[in-house]
Design a binder for this molecule. Structure first.
Ligand SMILES: [Zn+2]
Length: 679
């Protein structure tokens, strides 16, 4: 057995395939590479090519050399030291390689000189210039060496390696392609420590499977913060042991159209936190207050303001669409019971999430109720506050004390600046960049997620990838120490418009990659056309990872339309169109229901594909068309196309008002070739 292994290794070490490859490049080079090997010098000494690799985000420093390392039968992943963190990264890499190679790649600790050939080496080194998430990588024809000062850095080196391997590395079936890695020297570390994605799990309850998948995709592009928007008017999504009603009542949609509810148990969340942590991702929880709390008030009406008119509150009936999406009342800040509940809730949240930052929302607080409520007015008077803006500031300062007493830091949306910022608050700037700039100038830490660049619920028409890419989180007015208050940048994915997991993916990809490069790569190294060329080479990876993505080169064919008069108020209306001639060899089609004119919302309740009248695939509740949303997207699986079958698409639309918007239904077809795709 041992002999076999040695034989195997020897074959791989003799660089026959490598030499053959090099010989195609040129005899002179062959001589250089041969000299390097004979002399025992790593063949990295071979000539630089000046080429760039399609790595996103682009590494800070990268030199590509001629030649390749071939991951082959004898390849092992050697650990420089037996350490649980390093081993975890090694096993992660081994799993990745093993599934595409159809055999287990061993992960031994390097012995002797540690210079094993035909291997991938992972090692830790003393702190230096690389920083806590940086890494260094050298690829020569006989070895790949990744070193870093931390396990996180090693992990990012492995992510870079993952992108240097063929996209087929993503498939769980053995890859047919030769697993070549170009010879390269990389020194890399991130520009920002906060490289975030916010997922709104309140408007659309996202499954644990989806959250784990999202984490796996984030790490490929070196994002490290997953901000979960856990509570909002549409539903409370986290189990709180002391207040089970928050989820038994507050996690339920008002079930008008059959929308689902749901919440995460603390145990499920603990598992997710551990899963994320192993991948260098911190989950930052957001418990929204004192606005966007309709679901809390539906659960505990006694926490609302005392108003002369009697109000009944229900968890926001989301499916009534944006026209009636409202958050009319905040928590009653004049009521001490509100602070008692928040203290209990935050205490459980802090026990659960190890994150340094706890997000408390604070945005879009409607203040009319506070003006009319005798309890709130009495407190404003007693505290000597000028107005309701200062009253919100008073509330935020009390909440900040609860959080800082537990050794954590409070972060909130930029409205927390109004009426005076709590002393140690960190600001998440969403209404453009002004709030973030102002907070940094006041000496507060800031995370930038300005809506014109970073809100991925916006259409691609409004916020194309190029616009996301053009954003520099450090505004020109911020210099010196003020600039250091910009912790980083984040994409915010609100889910009131894209309501299926596929549609949410579509909103994020490929824009999220542009954001990832904004967050990681030094500003002077960034250039759109260079990024765009690298992005085109990520599409195959998206396909293998089963990520739905926006392709601006896709061509649409209109299959039908409706007029306002076609939709009677209230009753669902079914439309059906023949699409037989539009379905060719594809196994799945993207269907778009588009708004053409008007504003009154239309609910796209379902889109169904039929084969001779028999249903073969459906998308239930793909979403709502409104003045805020021009398109609702679904995907229908065709399976094997039958030559003589008649295919139809059936859409069920509903309007709750008079004079609904008009629109049309389209089938999208992929562009002729991937290389023509431009985004
Ligand atoms: Zn009140």
């Amino acid at each position: 057995m041992r002999l076999l292994v040695v034989e195997d290794e020897r074959k791989e070490v003799l660089p026959m395939r490598t030499l053959m490859h090099i010989s195609t490049v040129g005899k002179g080079l062959l001589a250089v590479a041969w000299f390097c090997l004979i002399a025992g010098v790593p063949a990295i000494c071979a000539e630089k090519t000046g080429a760039t690799l399609a790595i996103i985000p682009k590494p800070a420093k990268m030199e590509v050399h001629r030649g390749v390392y071939v991951v082959g039968l004898g390849t092992k992943v050697y650990l420089g030291v037996e350490d649980s963190g390093v081993r975890r990264v090694g096993e992660y890499l081994s799993t990745l390689l093993s599934s595409s190679m159809g055999r287990t790649v061993p992960v031994p600790v390097a012995g002797g000189t540690g210079r094993h050939r035909n291997s991938i080496h992972l090692s830790l080194k003393a702190p230096g210039m690389l920083g806590p998430e940086g890494y260094e990588m050298s690829v020569s024809p006989d070895a790949i060496r990744i070193s870093a000062t931390t396990v996180a850095g090693l992990f990012y080196g492995v992510q870079t390696l993952r992108q240097m391997l063929p996209p087929e590395i993503q498939s769980h079936a053995p890859a047919k392609k030769r697993m070549e890695v170009p010879c390269v020297h990389i020194q890399d570390s991130p520009r920002f420590s906060w490289r975030g994605l916010m997922l709104d799990c309140s408007r659309t309850f996202l499954t644990m499977d989806y959250l784990k998948r999202s984490i796996d995709r984030m790490v490929l592009y070196k994002l490290n913060i997953l901000h979960l928007h856990l509570t909002d008017d549409e539903g409370w999504r986290l189990e709180i042991k002391k207040y089970p009603q928050l989820t038994t009542v507050g996690a339920r949609f008002a079930d008008r159209f059959g929308g689902g509810g749901g919440f995460y148990t603390q145990q499920e969340m603990r598992d997710l936190i551990a899963y994320a942590r192993e991948r260098n991702i911190t989950i930052v929880p957001e418990i929204e207050m004192p606005g966007h709390s309709r679901e809390v008030l539906a659960t505990f009406p006694e926490l609302a303001c005392l108003l002369p008119e009697r109000q009944t509150l229900d968890v926001c009936p989301f499916w009534e669409g944006p026209a009636r999406l409202g958050h009319t009342q905040p928590l009653c800040v004049g009521n001490d019971k509100v602070f008692e509940m928040l203290r209990d809730v935050l205490s459980e949240v802090i026990d659960l999430f190890p994150s340094e930052f706890i997000h408390v929302g604070g945005d879009e607080v409607p203040k009319e109720a506070w003006k009319k409520c005798p309890r709130c007015q009495a407190r404003i008077k007693a505290e000597g506050l000028k107005d309701e803006e200062e009253f919100q500031s008073y509330f935020m300062q009390r909440v900040e004390k609860m959080i800082s007493a537990k050794g954590r830091r409070m972060i909130g949306w930029d409205e927390i600046l109004e009426g005076g910022l709590a002393p140690d608050a960190t600001v998440m700037s969403w209404r453009g960049t002004k709030g973030g700039v102002a907070a940094a100038q006041m000496g507060h830490d800031v995370v930038m997620t300005p809506n014109p660049y970073c809100y991925f619920d916006y259409t691609y028409h409004k916020t194309p990838s190029e616009k996301v890419y053009s954003y520099d989180p450090v505004a020109k007015d911020l210099t010196g120490s003020m600039a250091e208050h910009i912790l980083g940048v984040q994409a915010s994915m609100w889910t009131h418009i894209a309501v299926t997991e596929k549609a949410i993916d579509y909103q994020m990809y490929p824009r999220l990659l542009a954001l990832a490069e904004v967050a990681w790569t030094p500003q002077p190294s960034r250039e759109w056309s260079d990024f765009d060329a690298r992005l085109a080479r990520q599409l195959r990876r998206f396909q293998l990872l089963d990520i739905k993505y926006f392709d601006p080169a896709a061509v649409g064919k209109k299959i039908g339309a409706w007029q306002a008069s076609d939709l009677a108020r209230g009753a669902p209306r079914v439309f059906e169109w023949d699409v037989t001639r539009l379905f060719t060899s594809v196994s799945e089609v993207e269907v778009q229901v588009r708004r053409d004119d008007g504003q009154m919302p239309v609910y796209v309740r379902s889109v169904i594909l039929l084969d001779d009248g028999k249903e073969i695939s459906r998308e239930v509740f793909p979403g709502t068309l409104s003045q805020h949303n021009d398109v609702v997207i679904g995907w229908l699986a065709l399976g094997t196309r039958k030559a003589d079958a008649r295919y139809t698409v059936r859409a069920t639309l509903q309007c709750m008002n008079e004079g609904c918007l008009t629109g049309s239904v389209w089938i999208m077809q992929p562009p002729a070739t991937e290389s023509t795709a431009r985004r």
